[in-house]
Design a binder for this molecule. Structure first.
Ligand code: RIB
Ligand code: CA
Length: 347
C-alpha cells in the first residue's frame, strides 16, 4: 500500500486545517480560600463517577448537589449510582435529585454498550443511606441557585435536558449561573455518529437551547477529552493509593478500557467528564479557544453535531459571535496525576 502503510494501519482521518489561537479562560476558578460552588448534572456513568469523586476531593470546589439525567443508562440507574458513589466517597450528605428520563424530543439514546446496563460496568456498590430529593433535579438546581450567596457553576456531564428544562421553567435564574463547564460536543468527529458526540446526540434540541442561552460556558468536547486518557497502568496507580474509592475508580476504568477497546480499538479510555470538572479547579490544565458553537437539530446525518466556528473572519461573514470557550489541549500525564492524587485523598 502507499505511504508505507500496511492494511489495518490506523491513520488520522480528519486533520484540523485552520488552527485557532488559545485564549485566556473565561471560566471561574475555585481556590482553597474561596471554593467554587458547583452543581454536577450527570448520567453516572463510568467517567461521570471519576468526575464526581474529583469534585469532592478538590478543595477548590464545593459540590452542592448531583442531579441525574438519563443518558449512559436509564435515569433510575444513574440516580442510584450517584447516591451510592457519594456514599463511597464519604459524602452522603450531598443531595441527589433525579431529572429527565429522556430527551425533550426524539428517540431515547443510551450508551450501555460502553457503560453496562446499570451504568457502572460490573461494579456493585453498597447501598446508600440517603435517598433522592423529592423536588427533582430542575427544582433542586433552581432552589440552590436562588439560595446561593455566591455565583454557582454547573458542570453538565450528560445530555443537557435538565439544563434546558431549567432555562425554560426558570428563565430568570440563568443570570445566577456563573458558568457552565460542559462535557459534550466536538470540533471534529463525533463518537456516537461520525457527526455527533453522545451527550449532544442524546438531546440535540436541549443542547441548542443551552448553547443559545448566552450563559458563559466552556465546552469540553472530544477534541480535548480524547487527550485525557487512562490506561491499565493508571488503573494500577489508582489502586496503589490504597483507598476504597480509588479501588472502585480503578475497576470502573478497567471496565471502560475493555469496552472501549471492543468498540473502538486501543488500550485506553478517555475520562471525558473529569476534564469539565478539573477545569474549574485547576487554572492551566486545559487550553481553550473562543468559538461560536451551534447544534445541528435536523434529522439528517449531521444531527447532534456541534458546529464550531473558530475563525474570526468566517464568524463575521456569518454574523456570528463567539459563545463558548472550547477545550483544545490538555496534558495527559498531569491529568492522570490529578486523578490519582484526588482518589488517594478520598475514603
Ligand atoms: O461522549 C462522552 C460522554 O458520553 C461522557 O459524558 C460519557 O459519560 C457519556 O455520557
Ligand atoms: Ca457523562
Amino acid at each position: 500500500m502507499a505511504f508505507g502503510l500496511t492494511e489495518g494501519d490506523r491513520i488520522v482521518a480528519s486533520p484540523t486545517f485552520f488552527p485557532v489561537p488559545a485564549v485566556v479562560r473565561s471560566a471561574p476558578l475555585g481556590t482553597v480560600e474561596r471554593p467554587l460552588p458547583l452543581i454536577i448534572d450527570s448520567d453516572p456513568g463510568l467517567d461521570d463517577a471519576l468526575a464526581i469523586g474529583l469534585a469532592i476531593a478538590r478543595p477548590e470546589l464545593d459540590l452542592l448537589a448531583v442531579t441525574t439525567v438519563g443518558g449512559n443508562a436509564d435515569v433510575r440507574h444513574c440516580t442510584e449510582n450517584a447516591l451510592r458513589l457519594l456514599e463511597v466517597y464519604g459524602r452522603p450528605d450531598i443531595p441527589v435529585a433525579e431529572g429527565a428520563a429522556g430527551p425533550l424530543t426524539g428517540e431515547v439514546v443510551r450508551a450501555t454498550a460502553i457503560h453496562g446496563e446499570g451504568g457502572i460496568g460490573r461494579t456493585v456498590l453498597p447501598p446508600s443511606t440517603a435517598a433522592p430529593r423529592p423536588e427533582g433535579a430542575v427544582e433542586l438546581i433552581a432552589r440552590l441557585l436562588r439560595e446561593a450567596s455566591l455565583p454557582v457553576a454547573i458542570a453538565p456531564i450528560g445530555p443537557l435536558t435538565n439544563i434546558a428544562l431549567l432555562l425554560r421553567l426558570h428563565p430568570g435564574l440563568a443570570e445566577r449561573i456563573a458558568h457552565l463547564s460542559i462535557m459534550g460536543g466536538s470540533i471534529g468527529e463525533g463518537n456516537t455518529t461520525i457527526s455527533a458526540e453522545f451527550n449532544i446526540y442524546a438531546d440535540p434540541e436541549a443542547a441548542e437551547i443551552v448553547f443559545r442561552s448566552g450563559i458563559p460556558m466552556t465546552m469540553m468536547g472530544l477534541d480535548v477529552t480524547h487527550m485525557a486518557t487512562l490506561d491499565a497502568a493508571a488503573a494500577a496507580r489508582l489502586r496503589a493509593t490504597g483507598t476504597a474509592s480509588a479501588a472502585i475508580a480503578a475497576e470502573l476504568v478497567e471496565f471502560a478500557i475493555e469496552r472501549v477497546g471492543q468498540w473502538y480499538g486501543g488500550t485506553t479510555t478517555a475520562i471525558h467528564d473529569a476534564v469539565a470538572v478539573a477545569h474549574l479547579a485547576i487554572e492551566d490544565l486545559v487550553a481553550v479557544a473562543r468559538y461560536n458553537v451551534r447544534v445541528d437539530t435536523t434529522d439528517g446525518p449531521a444531527r447532534g453535531r456541534t458546529v464550531c466556528e473558530g475563525l474570526a473572519h468566517r464568524m463575521r461573514r456569518q454574523g456570528l459571535e463567539p459563545n463558548a470557550d472550547v477545550g483544545i489541549r490538555i496534558e495527559r500525564e498531569r491529568f492522570e496525576g490529578i486523578l490519582v492524587d484526588a482518589f488517594g485523598r478520598l475514603p
